[in-house]
Ligand binder design. Structure first.
Ligand SMILES: *Cc1c(COP(=O)(O)O)cnc(C)c1O
Length: 407
């Protein structure tokens, strides 16, 4: 059966698959012209057997690399046991996953979702409910950041600081103001006695690999404490070890009141979560306020549980701290050598090379040469590899990239 399927795949032209995809799928992505088939470690293979070094990891998702046997076995075991219940009942994987993510994050209460955007939706609802509970009003405001990205659903889009993404879908949820990341005065200028929350990514991903500074985070935290405003940190991309900390805010000890996580949380299984402190947990969402059919079902929870186990067992964070400075150093060499590169940004295994023009040609060329890269905006190449990459993979990537830049 497997052989038959393989042969069928091989005989079917890549071009034909792509045509079929374009005839059937809604065209919301300009996809690269490749049909991927399988993965192994930090490499992907297309249906013609061509091998690619993966520095995208499904956009910061596949932290543990492809084909981790222990992870795969845990999922297979859970499939045979129980895939889904309902959140009206308890299940052991969700309990274990919740305990482990509490420990990893230092937060107190967890709500599992199916995606990042849904985690942001939940965070916004929790913040509004917290404020509503205090004064019974329904006109509370949220401050978000310019150039932020929080997802494509209406609530998440409303706090996403990219007018191009929002334009056609107006009106948004309303009462949102935008400030600039790392400009505390711009935040202050947005604060009123109606402000209920400030939301930001601890490190902006899509918006261009910009980390929030320690000074900015600390000032915002103090402001929130003073005015009982909730600080929501979106760790969907920068969380799960990518910066060399389980969650990026842990580097500065600036703890949020509400936090979102997703992407690498399930390492391929669609799952996210929003977490909160006990104070918010006790004074916001209660039974009947929020729900989800699938969120945190036994299958997704088994993935979260195993991912968090493997992070600990395989010392993923320690590994990131070892390999990330090497990636940064090699990228810095490139930035110094080539005039078309104007800046290196980011932190840990979340780096961006800013070019003086569009990077799409370089990314396409790299794909041809067997290297998968992704952009962040038109002019930035984003490096978000699996967290298990080794220095030799960095060297392999740099060699191909340099080739592409030269041509
Ligand atoms: C990807 C991302 C989201 C949205 O997550 P989805 O799972 O695509 O809905 C939200 N916030 C940040 C910071 C992200 O990088």
């Amino acid at each position: 059966m497997w052989r038959f399927r393989m042969e069928k795949n091989m005989s079917m032209d890549m071009k034909q698959y792509i045509d079929e995809a374009e005839a059937a799928l809604l065209h919301t992505y300009n996809r690269y012209q490749v049909v991927l088939d399988k993965g192994e470690g930090v490499y992907l293979y297309d249906i013609e057997g061509k091998k690619y070094l993966d520095f995208c990891s499904g956009i910061a998702v596949f932290a543990l690399g492809y084909g981790n046997q222990e992870y795969n076995d845990a999922l297979k075991g859970q499939i045979d046991k129980l895939l889904h219940t309902s959140n009206y009942y308890y299940n052991v994987p969700a309990i274990e996953a919740a305990k482990k993510i509490k420990k990893a994050s230092g937060m107190d209460r967890v709500f599992f979702t199916n995606s990042g955007a849904e985690a942001v939706e939940g965070a916004i609802k929790a913040a509004r409910k917290y404020a509503y509970q205090k004064d019974g009003c329904t006109d509370h405001e949220i401050i978000a950041m310019n150039h932020s990205f929080h997802g494509r659903t209406m609530g998440a889009l409303s706090v996403t600081g990219n007018p191009k993404y929002r334009e056609a879908f107006q009106p948004m949820i309303g009462h949102i103001k935008f400030a600039d990341l790392n400009d505390f005065d711009s935040v202050l200028a947005c604060v009123t006695d109606k402000t209920c929350a400030i939301i930001m990514e601890t490190v902006q991903g899509e918006g261009g690999l910009v980390p929030a500074t320690e000074d900015f985070l600390k000032k915002v935290r103090a402001l929130c404490d003073e005015k009982d405003i909730l600080l929501i940190l979106d760790e969907i991309q920068c969380g799960m070890g990518r910066t060399g900390y389980m969650y990026a805010w842990q580097k500065f000890g600036v703890k949020p009141d509400i936090m979102t996580t997703a992407k690498a949380l399930g390492c391929g299984v669609p799952v996210g979560a929003f977490l909160m402190t006990e104070k918010v947990g006790q004074n916001s969402l209660v039974a009947g306020d929020h729900g989800t059919t699938y969120g945190g079902n036994p299958f997704a929870a088994a993935a979260v549980e195993k991912v968090l186990d493997l992070f600990e067992k395989d010392h993923i964070i320690e590994h990131v701290r070892e390999v990330a400075p090497y990636l940064e150093a090699r990228l810095r060499e490139l930035a110094e050598k080539y005039g078309c590169i104007t800046e290196l940004r980011g932190t840990g295994l979340m780096q961006g090379l800013v070019f003086d023009g569009p990077v799409s040609a370089i990314i396409s060329k790299a794909l041809e040469k067997g290297l998968i890269l992704i952009n962040a905006g038109a002019n930035i190449i984003r490096f978000v590899p699996p967290l298990i990459i080794e220095k030799e993979h960095v060297d392999e990537m740099i060699a191909i990239l340099e080739d592409c830049i030269r041509s």
